[in-house]
Design a protein around this ligand. Structure first.
Ligand code: UP5
Ligand code: MG
Length: 198
């Protein structure tokens, strides 16, 4: 597909900031296609015959970033599959939880396309931790436990925030406080999208 035919919004924020929750609402109201890098990695981990299963499992449990080649390829394939299935060349994508390391950001913009904007959900760690521990009671996610959460926070601060700063310098970041409940956060999100897209 051609970079001029696709619109990409990166949706970033710490672990448990509410990226997935807000993306689901944006899909419902704006017809975006939602691609969560974490979901794609978990699906690849469980795919029989995947040569990356063990690697992905280890990274996720330790809150470490999977080597970018794997994630960029999964995203590119998912975008291509979406367009093929819809028999179209044009698409609007919310890319959730990616890029979270500088090398991924540079690679994606080089081989796929630059993002139109970056939605950044900002939430204090105590609130994110409370949400993740609560979800961990039923989620079955291997990284929703106190030890993994601590490692995820560390990776976010050290490795992923520099990516947000990089896009900030390009004037692409729209920041939304995601501390309040989901309805309030969504209201703020819609306000920001109206500002950018009119
Ligand atoms: N909740 C949501 N919004 C709320 C609100 N406003 N008020 C109160 N509660 C709210 O929400 C989390 C929980 O909070 C839910 O129970 C929700 O109901 C509640 P969710 O919307 O799921 O938040 P989200 O930000 O999507 O949290 P998630 O846990 O998915 O974030 P992560 O960024 O940690 O997880 P992700 O799946 O993106 O990545 C997992 C791992 O994959 C990474 O740690 C890494 O190891 C690997 N990875 C890579 O290696 N490379 C990548 O590019 C991407 C991931
Ligand atoms: Mg998520």
């Amino acid at each position: 597909f051609s970079p001029t035919d696709v619109t990409v919004i990166f949706v970033l924020g710490g672990p448990g900031a509410g990226k997935g929750t807000q993306c689901a609402r944006l899909v419902r109201d704006y017809g975006f296609t939602h691609l969560s890098a974490g979901d794609l990695l978990r699906a690849e981990q469980d795919r029989p015959g995947s040569q990356y299963g063990q690697l992905i499992q280890d990274c996720i449990k330790n809150g470490a970033i999977v080597p970018m080649e794997v994630t960029v390829a999964l995203l590119e394939n998912a975008m291509r599959d979406t367009l093929t299935a819809a028999r179209t060349r044009k698409g609007r994508f919310l890319i959730d939880g990616f890029p979270r390391k500088m090398d991924q950001a540079v690679k994606f913009e080089e081989v796929v396309c630059p993002a139109k904007m970056v939605l950044f959900y900002d939430c204090p760690e105590e609130e994110m931790e409370r949400r993740l521990l609560e979800r961990g009671k039923t989620s079955g996610r291997a990284d929703d436990n106190a030890e993994s959460i601590r490692k995820r926070f560390r990776t976010f601060v050290e490795t992923s925030m520099p990516v947000v700063d990089y896009f900030e310098k390009q004037g692409k970041v729209v920041k939304v406080d995601s501390t309040p409940g989901p309805d309030k956060v969504y209201e703020a999100t819609r306000g920001q999208l109206r500002r950018v897209f009119g």
